[in-house]
Ligand binder design. Structure first.
Ligand code: ZN
Ligand code: ZN
Length: 601
């Protein structure tokens, strides 16, 4: 038997493929778009990449041989923290570090013989790419989808950067593991919540084509719930609460405002409790949102004022407490200790009234805990005796008639904070002028390019320290102005790169309509399950936004999604091969290639 000599055979054919442009699509005939989630250029390909790309490559080659016109591109998700950390630690400029890593990884991918059309290669850190991030951002600004507000944010003291909720894992920074604290900073947000209903509804279209687990995770992340918005008079103002249990409103015995609620301090002042409340707010600030949500020992302070339960006129005390989060609902709750475990614990701790209004058959001992289930209403005026499910609807209707509240849909999904106080990302194309205020950079002045002169000390944002970058003139009045120094969350970059692959060298627009008409949607998308709610939700949101602009035709970008764990149950080859070779996923490609050369077939 003749031995297989990969060096001879593969080198020869890889050269032939390259010379002939063997993997360049023809541009006619029935199309297929096969895409693997593009890598972060960390330096080296590991076995996790190889597994992912091997699946995509097998599919692409198979379909090519079946006569399809296959688009199978590759690129680099090239902005992000590790490059900046390398700059701090080793004094290498992030651009240089990233470029070297890309070269190295590209060489490895080529060695593996994957059938990519390398002529379409993109790197998100190239101004030719990120200028279109800026362009999309400006469109979002025009449409009111991008906006700026001061916000309580998760702050990593180590990286000195704001983290999205999904980047906080068990109270710690997803990158470096440092405990996260709370901080107020002006930030740019994207109004993904405006798209909540569409993002939820269109999951139906993906059923049977996306893993059920991913669909479920997205559904939970969006977290739609129906309930009522109810207004409680307090002093000379009103406190709005959202509840999914309007059937229990007669049992509301106190109100709780989140510490960050604008009325908290104001009411405390009226109640003569300002000093006490201020001290409490300071304590809360040192704890993360997640820690607060999970904490068992609830803490609060009475604001010294009373409100009125609008349905029965009951006089009820107003509190602030750490277990109520400003980011959720209206940032205030009606506490119904008889029917909510957390309210019950709080009421027990502080000696507040517990009034049962829903009773299960056989009764309930409210000294032992809250009853959160269904039952018959009691102590509820004209609704007494009604089934609690019917009462949800009936009480909401009655609140509407009386002008005390209304039906409301609420989502768990929050707007997306895209501001990062870092260098290695897309500059947000906005300037601040003393005379004109916040001014968008005109489209014909894009890209706003990252300055080369930045210094990487590991403290603060290098962009803020770069005069060359910060000092500019106002596009409107030509007077002196200051550039925004926040850069975009890198998830912005990856939210539309699949569209850029359709038309990667276009320098007049992010992509042409014709090109996306030809290639979109992505027919088979392959990647890790860890992206179920981050990248995959943001990409769907961008697709919908771009559809509203008339730039793309489809509502959904990815027809079929393959997540790795799932595939390996059926496709044993890659896993078996690794097992056979005694390799783990962390092993380097060099090791694999070396071992493959030793194998006697
Ligand atoms: Zn960190
Ligand atoms: Zn101006």
């Amino acid at each position: 038997m003749r031995p297989y000599e990969p060096r001879k055979v593969e080198e020869k054919w890889q050269k032939v493929w390259e010379e002939r442009g063997a993997f360049r699509p023809r541009g006619r005939g029935k199309k297929v778009y096969v895409l693997e989630m593009f890598p972060y250029p960390s330096g080296r390909i590991h076995m996790g990449h190889v597994r992912n790309y091997t699946i995509g490559d097998a599919v692409a080659r198979y379909l090519r041989m079946k006569g399809y016109d296959v688009l199978h591109p590759m690129g680099w998700d090239a902005f992000g923290l590790p490059a900046e950390n390398a700059a701090v630690k080793r004094g290498i400029h992030p651009a240089k570090w990233t470029r070297e890593n890309i070269d190295q990884m590209k060489r490895q991918l080529k060695l593996l013989g994957f059938s990519y059309d390398w002529e379409r290669e993109i790197a998100t850190c190239d101004p030719e790419y990120y200028r279109w991030n800026q362009w999309i951002f400006l469109k979002m600004l025009q449409k009111g989808v991008a906006y700026r507000k001061e916000a309580t944010v998760n702050w990593c003291p180590h990286d000195e950067t704001v983290l999205a909720n999904e980047q906080v894992i068990e109270g710690k920074c997803w990158r470096c593991g440092t405990p996260v604290v709370q901080k107020r900073v002006p930030s740019w947000f994207l109004k993904i919540t405006d798209y909540a209903e569409r993002l939820l509804k269109d999951l139906e279209k993906l059923e049977g084509r996306w893993p059920e687990r991913v669909i479920l995770q997205q559904r939970n992340w969006i977290g739609r719930s129906e309930g009522a918005l109810i207004r409680f008079p307090v002093e000379d103002t009103e406190v709005e609460v959202f509840t999914t249990r309007p059937d229990t409103v007669f049992g509301a015995t106190f109100l709780v405002l989140a510490p960050e609620h604008p009325l908290t301090l104001e009411l405390a002042r009226k109640g003569g409790k300002e000093a006490e409340v201020r001290e409490f707010l300071e304590r809360v600030r040192r704890r993360s949102t997640r820690e607060r949500a999970l904490t068992e020992e609830k803490e609060g302070v009475f604001l010294g004022v009373y409100g009125e339960n609008p349905v029965n006129g009951r006089r009820i005390p107003v509190w602030t407490a750490d277990y109520v989060l400003y980011e959720y609902g209206t940032g205030a709750i009606m506490a119904v200790p008889a029917h909510d475990r957390r309210d019950w614990e709080f009421a027990k701790k502080y000696g507040l009234d517990i009034v049962p209004v829903v009773l299960p058959e056989g009764g309930w001992d409210f000294e032992k805990g809250a009853y959160e289930g269904r039952g018959k209403l009691t102590n509820s005026g004209r609704f007494t005796g009604m089934d609690s499910e019917d009462a949800k609807r009936e009480i909401t209707r009655w609140l509407e008639e009386e002008g005390l509240g209304e039906f409301r849909v609420s989502y768990r999904l929050r707007d997306w904070n895209i501001s990062r106080q870092r260098y290695w990302g897309t500059p947000i194309p906005v300037v601040y002028c003393e005379r004109c205020g916040t001014v968008p950079v005109p489209e014909d002045q894009l890209p706003v390019v990252l300055p080369r002169d930045a210094e990487f000390t590991g403290r603060g944002n290098p962009l803020s320290a770069s005069d060359q970058f910060v000092k500019t003139s106002c596009p409107r009045c030509k007077g002196p102005a200051r550039r925004e120094t926040d850069t975009m969350d890198t998830f912005f970059d990856s939210s539309w790169y699949f569209l850029r692959f359709c038309d990667p060298r276009n320098d007049r627009e992010p992509f042409s309509k014709d090109a996306v008409k030809r290639w979109m949607p992505v027919d088979i998308y392959i990647g890790g399950i860890e992206h179920a709610v981050l990248h995959l939700l943001y990409a769907r949101f961008f697709q919908k936004f771009l559809k509203d602009l008339g730039l793309v035709d489809e509502e959904e970008p990815f027809v079929r999604l393959i997540t790795q764990g799932m595939v390996l149950k059926r496709w044993v080859s890659v896993g078996r091969l690794l097992e056979f070779l005694g390799l783990s996923e962390e092993d380097r490609v060099e090791d694999l290639i070396k071992k493959l050369r030793e194998v006697k077939l």
